[in-house]
Design a binder for this molecule. Structure first.
Ligand code: MN
Ligand code: FE
Length: 332
């Protein structure tokens, strides 16, 4: 028995259930339901159109993050639906993947909404993953390291291929969603704390809450495969994964410096890099690998929950029946 390579798995028969964590992540995802239109962009539009509110540095940071996320969300959705779903046949895990795919559609929609509201040129934003080297570097890295499971002939038979599968899952979940999204999250939330682009900032908070669930599911999936196939988790393979993750950190720091070369009011660019190191150690621990950086969290506010009742504008316009939890928190 196992979550992969289980000839007894019937993808249509969800009960009785084996992996209750997958079911719980599905329920948590549903409880977090939101849509971008529930967040007003009015203040953001005013600030964006005014030449007195945002500095050139801040405009660059906003554009870089819209440029990265606008295509990264679709890349993630495609990975889930076209590659991961095919190989994870367990029905409760698939139920979660369907939920995640929907959330990626909501995130894609968020960037359409942002581009439309601010009147940005889509040809500029949606080609930044090709034209901006620091964004391209991240996307190319993920596409390159997740080649195996996109290969239509790939099957997870034998130790070598189970390792390839885990390697690619780490590429999607730990590196893309767990590391490459986080300098951007920190930047947009730092801006929001200065009362700038608060609508986009709020949307980023909701995306971050979803992403922390995606990451949690991904790590549970990876850890379950490891537990059920302990022979594949050799020292050599662990070292290979650590090296891969360290390479991704170099790319994420380059991106942070490129998006925000001079830092933001009260925050210097190196602090975004420290934050990337800090969260990477947490990702490593989550899949039982040794910490590499031991860097303190420069932004303790990133792990605090936001009390929704304080978000007055948001609360009043919200479709409240979706929400079963009272606070907006995430596992950073
Ligand atoms: Mn997403
Ligand atoms: Fe995601």
């Amino acid at each position: 028995m196992g979550i992969i390579n289980n000839s007894k798995t019937d993808p249509n028969k969800i009960l009785p259930m084996t992996y209750h964590w997958a079911r719980q992540h599905y329920k948590d995802g549903v409880a977090n339901n939101w849509t971008p239109e529930e967040v007003s962009m009015q203040k953001d539009v005013e600030q964006w159109k005014s030449d007195k509110v945002l500095s050139e540095t801040e405009r660059r940071l906003i554009l870089w993050n819209l440029g990265f996320f606008s295509t990264a969300e679709s890349l993630t959705a495609n990975n889930i639906v076209l590659a991961v779903y095919r190989h994870v046949t367990n029905p409760e895990a698939r139920q979660y993947l369907l939920r995640q795919a929907y959330e990626e559609a909501v995130h894609t929609d968020t960037f359409i909404y942002c581009c439309d509201s601010l009147g940005l040129d889509p040809d500029k934003i949606y080609t930044m993953y090709q034209t901006v080297p620091s964004i391209r570097g991240k996307d190319d890295f993920v596409v390159d390291l997740t080649k195996s499971i996109f290969d239509p002939t790939f099957e997870i038979d034998g130790q070598k291929n189970i390792r390839r599968f885990i390697h690619d899952l780490i590429g999607y979940y730990v590196i893309m969603e767990g590391i490459f999204f986080y300098a951007g999250f920190a930047m947009m939330l730092a801006l929001k704390r200065q009362n700038k682009m608060v609508g986009i900032g709020e949307q980023f908070e909701y995306i971050m809450r979803d992403e922390s669930l995606h990451l949690a599911f991904g790590c549970d999936l990876i850890n379950t495969i490891k537990k059920e196939n302990p022979e594949i988790w050799t020292k050599e393979f662990q070292d290979e994964i650590v090296e891969l993750i360290k390479k991704s950190v170099v790319l994420e720091k380059a991106y942070a410096k490129d998006a925000c070369p001079k830092g933001l009011l009260g925050i210097n660019a190196d602090q975004f890099c420290d934050y990337v190191e800090h969260i990477t150690d947490r990702r490593l621990e989550r899949i039982d690998l040794p910490k590499q950086y031991h860097t303190e969290n420069p932004f303790p506010w990133m792990s605090q929950s936001v009390d929704i009742s304080k978000e007055k504008n948001f609360f009043e316009t919200r479709v409240t029946e979706y929400q079963t939890g009272g606070s907006l928190d995430w596992d950073e």
